[in-house]
Design a protein around this ligand. Structure first.
Ligand SMILES: [Zn+2]
Length: 88
């Protein structure tokens, strides 16, 4: 039995004017989770979190799970400020 932390990049190519540095940027999004593996088969995933980082000034946020799930499913959603929680 192994417990590992996985990271998957999520494609996101929409641009916005950044309210922190006033530049035009996008977000790098990473989906992380911990997975319990039994005989090389993942049996349980938990601690699912989406992180977003601005490409312009590298400010980091936690992205709303619902929005993250939609992006991971390839849905056409745009990230707005209220979807992001700052990491202190
Ligand atoms: Zn910025």
């Amino acid at each position: 039995m192994w417990i590992t932390t996985k990271e998957e990049p999520i494609n996101y190519d929409k641009v916005h004017r950044c309210r922190y540095c006033d530049d035009i940027g996008s977000y790098n999004i990473v989906y992380t989770y911990q997975v319990l593996t039994l005989f090389f088969i993942p049996v349980w995933r938990w601690n699912k979190t989406y992180f977003a980082e601005t490409t312009c000034c590298n400010k980091q946020f936690i992205l709303d799970k619902t929005v993250g799930d939609m992006l991971r499913n390839g849905e056409d959603v745009e990230i707005v400020d209220s979807d992001l929680s700052e990491i202190y």
